[in-house]
Design a protein around this ligand. Sequence first.
Ligand code: HEC
Ligand code: HEC
Length: 266
Amino acid sequence: MNSRILILALVSAALSSSVFSQTPVVPDPLPPPDPTSAAASTHPEASVAELAEAGPGDAAAGASKAAACGACHGMDGNSSDPQYPKIGGQHERYIARQLALFKSGTRANAVMLGFSAALSDQDMRDIGAHFAAQKATPGTADESVIEGEYSPYKGERIVDVGRSIYQGGVKSKGVPACMACHGPSGGGNPGPSFPALAGQHAGYTVATLQLYQAVAQGDPRAEEDANYSIMVDIAKRLSEEEILAVSSYIEGLHARTAAAAAASQP
Ligand code: HEC
Ligand code: HEC
């Protein structure tokens, strides 16, 4: 995100009384941030379950199947327009899982419903392998100083607030460190659950965290999809200003792990 927009957004967040009029809530206990087991859930959506039966993704086959994706996501998965997420260097099985969720309508997005509808499970894994073999290009974090008069972070640099949240969470609100699951350098974890975040457009990350925040209590997906509910629970504890700061920090994070681009897993 362009720093001027980010500053304007922070100023408007600081001026918006709703940010300050919220009654503090006692957070529910979070699931333990154990990337090996926490979100390795079984999923009710048959379409996702079937992915496991497809063979490991074949990057070469995926390259030709991914021709239509480049228009928005970039040929190497590095979109230039922040409304389209970067998917270069993302984990194969995370990509395949999201495609299955779009196809079944569980992850609601009209554009991606259209682009996933015709894909078979094997196509999803092949395309996933193709983009996993690319590298995400990092952007830059915003180093400007937060000036909002009422901001608890007044006088701190946006990048420093973001780093502190990413690496240490927000203890007073029970927000866990993002790096516990997404890795110290934003490489995530291979497998379907923990996406790589490094280099992602701040604009997309902000929008995604706001989508998680907007999920109503009792939403069936939040009840049934353990991965999704982790992020719903975390996002609702973040202020608008914290979302902007951590998203900016993530955009500047370099190096998705080599593991992200590693060969397909069964
Ligand atoms: C017309 C533009 C467009 C095209 C073409 C397109 N996408 Fe997308 N894609 C989007 C948008 C917009 C989103 C964000 C959806 C959201 O916010 O939930 C998205 C999201 C995704 C995501 C989720 C990323 C994440 O980090 O969660 C994946 C994976 C993806 N697209 C893969 C593909 C693949 C594979 C193709 C080609 C078969 C494709 N897309 C074609 C616009 C497009
Ligand atoms: C306990 C593990 C855990 C922690 C801690 C965690 N996340 Fe996540 N995160 C996940 C999982 C699992 C997903 C995949 C959710 C899904 O499938 O809908 C995810 C998805 C995301 C996404 C969507 C990525 C995409 O490409 O669409 C963003 C953005 C994100 N997390 C940001 C954060 C931030 C910022 C923090 C710290 C404030 C954080 N996460 C802390 C587990 C975690």
